[in-house]
Design a protein around this ligand. Sequence first.
Ligand code: MN
Ligand code: MN
Length: 269
Amino acid sequence: MSSMNFPELVSLGSVAFDAHSSFMTGPALAPSRILECLYSDSSNYWTERGFNPLEDKCFSNDGPLSYSDYLGIQKVAQQRIQQGKRLLTLGGDHSISYPLMRAHREFYPDFAILQIDAHGDLYDNFMGNPHSHACPFARIMEEGLCDRLVQVGIRTLNPHQRQQADKFGVEQIEMRHFSKKIRDLHFNRPLYISLDMDGIDPAFAPGVSHHEPGGLNVREVLDLLHSLDVPIVGADIVEYNPHRDPVGITAALAAKLTKEILELMLENS
Ligand code: MN
Ligand code: MN
């Protein structure tokens, strides 16, 4: 375990950006919908394990990191981290994890990423765009922005993406092996969580642009989160698309996962 001290404060931020989506836009609208659910009277503020992150003295909701500027996200994230805060970022397409990781890397010399996703997001470029939401983890690995990348829930690999995973040494728990392999997953260094909502089965999370059947159920995601016992340096919840979520069921799930991840950030040490 790293001996470095982690900032006590945890900051909720949002990113209204979806210009690097490949199929349809919508994740720019995610933050307001998730926050509406988070603070709605339809539920309470407590996590399943009995913690209230929203009223914790170390928690603050600091609003948007950026409305439109992709690389500007990095600058605002850096500023907040410099202020002694750890970030949970809501909304955006998955391309935003790259500028977020650049910001985190300046401050955290040793951390792993847990990516929950139907997709590897490892394309060298997608339709000519190296910053597509299909590419962020190729950029992250090329620049050495983390010390270990573990992808869970993957079920869309093609030969190019398998090659990329090999090249970068990415560990993958493909969905077809999930029940056998998840038991052996352990982290021994601080962790960043990147949660793409399409990692969850579309039966539970229809509000995403890319419906990929055969994914994690909600309980499997919660069990995985509850099993994490290392410090969390930051997290993002991306790819929620309100256009595909007519009754708000996916927003409610994203809000619940926000609370559960905030608990990990505030309570794990
Ligand atoms: Mn993704
Ligand atoms: Mn995905």
